[in-house]
Design a binder for this molecule. Structure first.
Ligand code: DGY
Length: 323
C-alpha cells in the first residue's frame, strides 16, 4: 500500500505553471477564484493540510491552526508577514517562511516612483488635464517640490530601504535614515546615508519614506506628533504597511496644508481607503502594488513554492545527513 501524499492548500489563484511544481510531491488544493479571506474559512482549509501557501491577505494564527494537527509548514508569498502569528505557529512546530530579496529592487523602484509622483503632483496633474481644466501652459500651476538636491529620510533601512537610498544617490539627494539598529559603517558609506534619530529624520526630511516591518507595537507610529515635526513643504510615502500611519491624523495634516503631499500604496483597512484621503488631491493612492511587476510576482511565488517543498522535506537537501 502506498502512503497518502501530503496535502497542500493554496489560498488564492497565483501562477498555475509555478504552483504546478507542488504537484510533484503533494496533493494540491488550489483555490481557483479570488476568495474571501475569512479567518474561519482559512481554519477550515488548514484542517486537513500538511502545508499551505498563503499571502498577506490571509490571517493565520493560533485560532486558524488549532484543529490543523497535520500542518507542518506555511509559506507566505510576501516579505512582510504581519498576517501571521509567527510565535504561535512556531510553538506548534509549524515552519514559517517568507520571500525576501526577490522583490527588493522592484519595490524600491516603486517607492521612488510614488515619492516622485507625490512631490511632482503627477496624478493630480493628470486628473486636472483629463477634467479639461488645462487652458494652456501656465507659469504657476501645479508647482511641486524638487527631488534632486533635497533631503530624503528613510525609516527602516533593510534591503528595500537600502535600495531606495541607492536610487536616491543618482538624484543627488542627501540621505538620512533611522533604523532599529545602526548599519555597519561600510554599508552606510555604500548607501551614502547618515544615521539620525527618529525626531531628526522627520524634522529634516523633505521627503520621508516608510519601509519598516509592521507589528502591533508600531501601529500608528506616524501620528499627529510625528507629522507636526515635518516641514509643511515635505512629502510622506508609505510602501510598508498602512497601520504604521494614523490615517486620520495624516488626512488632517494634508487637508490643513501642514504637509505638502503623501504617496500611499498601503492602507490600514485594505481594501478600504479612508474617504477623507480619497477626497484629497495632494495624496497619490495606489492599491498595494509596490512589488507588482510580473517578473517579481512570479519570482515571489516561485520562492514560496521552493520554501514549502523544502520545509515539507522534499527540497534538494532532502535525505542528506544534517550536522
Ligand atoms: C510584501 O511582500 O510584504 C508586500 O507588501 C507585497 O509584495
Amino acid at each position: 500500500m502506498t502512503a497518502a501524499r501530503p496535502r497542500v492548500w493554496v489560498s488564492q489563484p497565483l501562477f498555475d505553471d509555478i504552483v504546478a511544481r507542488l504537484e510533484t510531491h503533494f496533493d494540491v488544493d488550489a483555490t481557483r477564484e479570488v476568495a474571501d479571506h475569512a479567518p474561519e474559512r482559512i481554519a477550515e482549509a488548514l484542517r486537513e493540510a500538511d502545508g499551505a501557501l498563503v499571502t498577506l491577505n490571509d490571517p493565520v494564527g493560533a485560532a486558524q491552526v488549532a484543529a490543523a494537527s497535520r500542518l507542518r509548514a506555511i509559506a507566505n508569498v510576501g516579505v512582510g508577514y504581519n498576517n501571521l502569528e509567527v510565535a504561535a505557529l512556531q510553538a506548534q512546530g509549524i515552519v514559517v517562511t517568507n520571500t525576501p530579496d526577490v522583490l527588493t529592487e522592484t519595490t524600491a523602484d516603486f517607492g521612488f516612483a510614488l515619492m516622485m509622483a507625490a512631490a511632482r503632483r503627477i496624478t493630480e496633474a493628470e486628473r486636472w488635464l483629463r477634467d479639461g481644466q488645462w487652458r494652456g501652459w501656465s507659469f504657476k500651476s501645479l508647482l511641486g517640490a524638487d527631488i534632486h538636491g533635497s533631503t530624503l529620510g528613510i525609516l527602516g533601512m533593510g534591503r528595500i530601504g537600502q535600495g531606495i537610498a541607492k536610487r536616491a544617490a543618482g538624484f543627488g539627494m542627501r540621505m538620512l535614515y533611522h533604523n532599529r539598529h545602526r548599519l555597519p559603517e561600510e554599508v552606510e558609506r555604500e548607501c551614502r546615508a547618515s544615521y539620525v534619530d527618529y525626531e531628526t529624520l522627520f524634522a529634516q526630511a523633505d521627503h520621508a519614506v516608510l519601509v519598516l516591518p509592521y507589528s502591533a507595537q508600531n501601529r500608528h507610529l506616524i501620528d499627529a506628533a510625528t507629522l507636526a515635526r515635518m516641514k509643511p513643504t515635505a512629502t510622506l510615502t508609505n510602501i510598508a504597511r498602512g497601520g504604521l500611519i494614523d490615517e486620520a491624523a495624516l488626512a488632517d495634516a494634508l487637508a490643513a496644508g501642514r504637509l505638502a503631499a503623501a504617496g500611499l500604496d498601503v492602507f490600514e483597512g485594505e481594501p478600504n481607503v479612508d474617504p477623507r484621503l480619497l477626497a484629497l488631491d495632494n495624496v497619490v493612492l495606489t492599491p498595494h502594488i509596490a512589488s507588482g511587476s510580473l517578473a517579481t510576482r512570479r519570482a515571489m511565488v516561485s520562492l514560496a513554492v521552493d520554501n514549502l517543498i523544502a520545509a515539507l522535506g522534499f527540497g534538494p537537501d532532502a535525505g542528506k545527513p544534517r550536522n
